[in-house]
Design a protein. Structure first.
Length: 153
């Protein structure tokens, strides 16, 4: 069994009704595929965990990568050989943190945003390291083939 965790931005804002519809459709499809997980929505960000048979999870994640509802998709974790599901009873639990009234859930909003911001920062640092090494190894006289602009984010 495999578990994948990712975070992404909404490509366009979504209403609570649209999020519920997305969660319902995902739950229906996931039941058929033997996939479980959770989808959290907060401040224009998705945070999702999907778990199930490895091949199916890989195909599902590839579908998510092509899904126009997501931008800035960042893979946070991919675990093979998972022994037990974290969300065995949820074909797709939807937690809309923007609509949540449970005070205990409020810190999750800040944590999801912090995880996304941190991953963007790490991506920018990786770009800077790779660019610097490439530049230094080729010699300072050679033009940077990617130009001076950094990664988007």
């Amino acid at each position: 069994m495999k578990r994948v965790t990712y975070i992404s931005r909404y490509a366009k804002s979504m209403s609570s009704e649209e999020l519920k519809e997305l969660g319902d459709l995902a739950a229906e499809k996931n039941r058929e595929l033997g996939v479980t997980g959770v989808l959290m929505a907060s401040g224009g960000l998705f945070y999702q965990v999907i778990e199930g048979p490895g091949e199916i999870i890989d195909e599902l994640y590839a579908t998510i990568e092509r899904d126009g509802r997501h931008t800035d998709l960042l893979l946070l974790d991919s675990e093979d050989g998972v022994k037990a599901r974290r969300f065995p009873d949820w074909s797709m639990g939807l937690v809309n943190l923007d609509a949540a009234s449970n005070v205990r859930l409020f810190p999750l909003k800040a944590m999801i945003k912090a995880v996304f911001d941190q991953q963007i920062l790490v991506g920018n640092m990786i770009w800077a390291i790779e660019r610097t090494v490439r530049y230094e190894m080729k010699g300072s006289a050679e033009q940077d083939p990617e130009g001076e602009a950094g990664p988007s984010g």
